[in-house]
Write a protein of this length. Structure first.
Length: 263
């Protein structure tokens, strides 16, 4: 590990991204579209009443927070790892005097800063016009911080170990596409957890995808009972540890068999 070199790499990557920020602003806007669609769908369905115990204003608050959480947890780096392995560009990462994880983390941190420069003001403007309704308690706000960090780590390392399957197959990106589809269905984007039918809600509680996006939003809004909150934090931490273990295991055995010329 080389923290000093890693920090220099993060600053360099951020400066590079800022030169092309208009392109990344367009990417951020594209990622906002699905939550915005369902924001209007569910807020319209609620009207002046409630759906699943949520009012129109609470649906607005839920999806505006989800937009921010989705941008902060999305790991775009994982989509490039497979290409680096296939075309030999991973050689450059392996020859640097620092752990290759710094390359991914530098892109992640730089990306989050650039995306939020666009997403946060847009979400603020939407909040002014759409009038969200939510009460944030001190306890839920404090619990939101670790749940958000765990959500990012879980989503990043889960996607990273899937991307490392490119050491053995040329179709590793198909696994990432499947992951994004499951996050969309079970992660609180199509509908909040309270609106999912019984069997789907049970599956969402067991699988890791809910804990990558929707769970931190539920924590901040205080819509979870205490037992569900405790279970969710334990499940989130457990899946995160498993994802990190899978990443380390596949990285170790994958780099041993990795062969490339050039790059």
């Amino acid at each position: 590990m080389n923290p000093r070199g890693g920090w220099a790499l993060i600053k360099r990557t951020w400066a590079s991204w800022m030169q092309h920020r208009s392109f990344f602003f367009l990417l951020a806007f594209g990622w906002m579209i699905p939550p915005l669609i369902y924001l209007f769908v569910w807020s319209t369905a609620a009207g002046g009443e409630t759906v699943g115990g949520l009012t129109r204003g609470e649906f607005v608050a839920y999806y505006l927070i989800l937009i921010l959480v989705n941008q902060l947890t999305y790991a775009q780096t994982n989509w490039t790892v497979g290409d680096l392995i296939r075309d030999g560009s991973m050689n450059v990462w392996l020859l640097r005097p620092m752990s290759p994880i710094y390359n991914a983390l530098s892109t992640e941190i730089a990306g989050k800063v650039v995306y939020m420069l666009f997403t946060a003001p847009v979400a603020l403007v939407l909040a002014i016009f759409l009038r969200p309704e939510a009460t944030f308690s001190l306890g839920n706000t404090l619990l939101f911080i670790p749940s958000l960090l765990f959500a990012w780590a879980l989503r990043f390392f889960w996607g990273y170990w899937l991307a490392l399957l490119a050491y053995w197959t040329t179709r590793a990106q198909a696994f990432l596409s499947l992951q994004d589809s499951l996050i969309f269905l079970l992660g609180g984007q199509v509908a909040p957890m309270v609106l999912l039918p019984g069997s789907m809600a049970w599956i969402a509680r067991l699988l890791p995808f809910r804990y990558m996006v929707g769970f931190p939003v539920e924590v901040l809004m205080g819509i979870l009972p205490s037992d569900e909150l405790v279970f969710g934090l334990i499940a989130q931490a457990g899946w995160m540890v498993m994802a990190m273990a899978l990443y380390l295991f596949l990285w170790c055995i994958g780099t041993r068999r990795y062969e490339a010329v050039g790059g």
